[in-house]
Design a binder for this molecule. Structure first.
Ligand SMILES: *Cc1c(COP(=O)(O)O)cnc(C)c1O
Ligand code: SF4
Length: 393
């Protein structure tokens, strides 16, 4: 079945884990404990390709492998080209390092005034609170530190970071990320949120998390209560393919929404995963149905061993062009390149403007038809429009 055809179905169920009691299955700590992390474990359930075997054996030197049973069920074990499989199961392409790639391709470490805090933009900071995730995306921008497979030994200094934010009144916006902040205990998370909420100049708090996608069981009523208490807390989730939009994810998004958490989505444009206009359209429409507004579509960062995921930017622009006008603006993410070396996110858009002069702007619509919008006003005085008789009171 194609994921773009079946628009009504929400994937659900325990799949390979039919024998597991539902109380375990729905317990996020059970999901974490039972993650697939070794080649032996993986090969119990599926036949790996030679490329994947080599990739899995190498993963311990780059970015650990971990897949929650819940998310593993979404893999098509008979299809090496499965878009879920490509995101989670390492391949030998990860060993290929290209000249333009870097461990810290966004220059985050240089922009860190204290460990774990990146202050690149004038009014907001990125606060990295952990180096662990529920599962590991093979294209992860922060694979230099995430999972600690490269011995980065990331130790976030919460107190130091909080003191920095307190001392910088220009920081009105704090983005918690990592790793995955929702892997922290409720207690730690509540501590961080309450500290941030207590800083008068911090107006906007948001969390970047892929936990709703990898581990929807983590979105417990207790966690939602914390978001309610310290709200508004905004959240960017990370869904790349319509197949990830399961009944469980939908329910988790509902719990978050009903707790007052506005939801956005960040996708990474990935070769063989979502570099196709129809797949992207299916994804964004599913997101809207889950109350999630597509926010960013990222061009892959130039991280080491990531070139097998890289998509031509012209393809990305073509995908955005295939969406604009053909579906609601609410569904269309902003395509961005995070400038290598640390220039921040820069929007990359299809060009609709043909010409701008002092007189007019000439542009095309989504169907390719040309339109003119005059920039000069040309007053018309006629008997039907007697401007000189108008009395302005
Ligand atoms: C992405 C990012 C942000 C947040 O950017 P928005 O455009 O506000 O979502 C902030 N700081 C850093 C370092 C980032 O990479
Ligand atoms: S969830 Fe985010 S931080 Fe974690 S591995 Fe995936 S992309 Fe990296």
């Amino acid at each position: 079945m194609s994921y773009t055809e079946d628009r009504s179905r929400w994937f659900e169920g325990q799949g390979l884990w039919q024998q597991t009691p539902a109380s375990d299955w729905n317990d996020w700590t059970w999901q974490l404990k039972n993650r697939l992390t070794s080649i032996e474990h993986l090969e119990k359930y599926m036949t790996l390709t030679a490329e994947e075997r080599a990739g899995v054996l190498f993963a311990g030197h780059k970015l650990a492998m971990a897949i929650t049973p819940y998310f593993f069920n979404l893999i098509d074990r008979n299809d090496p080209n499965c878009p879920i499989r490509k995101q989670l199961i390492p391949r030998s392409g990860e060993m290929v390092i290209s000249a333009e790639e870097q461990l810290d391709s966004l220059g985050e470490d240089e922009h860190s005034p204290v460990p774990g805090l990146v202050h690149r933009y004038p009014d907001r900071v990125l606060f990295l609170v952990t180096d662990r995730c529920a599962a590991y995306c093979r294209y992860c921008t922060r694979s230099r530190l995430v999972s600690n497979a490269q011995d980065y030994n990331f130790h976030p200094e919460y107190e130091q970071a909080l003191r920095y934010i307190e001392a910088h009144p220009e920081v009105r916006d704090v983005l918690l990320s990592g790793g995955d902040p929702l892997l922290l205990s409720d207690k730690k998370l509540e501590h961080l949120l309450s500290r941030l909420r207590a800083i008068p100049h911090v107006e906007f708090i948001r969390i970047g998390s892929r936990i709703p996608v990898f581990l929807p069981q983590r979105i417990t009523p207790e966690l939602c209560e914390i978001f309610k208490k310290y709200g508004p807390i905004w959240m960017s989730i990370h869904v790349n393919h319509p197949k990830e939009a399961t009944a469980e994810l939908k329910a988790a998004c509902e719990r978050l929404s009903f707790a007052g958490v506005p939801l956005g989505n960040q996708s990474v444009l990935l070769k063989g995963v979502n570099d196709d206009a129809e797949v992207m359209k299916a994804l964004i429409h599913r997101l809207l149905r889950m109350r999630v507004r597509p926010y960013y579509l990222y061009q892959m960062d130039l991280i080491t061993g990531g070139s097998h995921f890289k998509v031509d930017v012209r393809k990305g622009i073509e995908i955005i062009r295939a969406l604009r006008g053909h579906t609601t603006g609410y569904a269309i993410p902003q395509y961005v390149i995070d400038a290598p070396g640390g220039g921040g996110k820069v929007p990359i858009n299809p060009d609709y403007v043909e010409k701008i002069t002092d007189d007019e702007v000439v542009f095309r619509n989504y169907e390719g038809k040309t339109f003119h919008y005059p920039l000069k006003s040309t007053p018309v005085v006629s008997p039907a429009n007697p401007v000189e008789n108008v009395v302005i009171e």
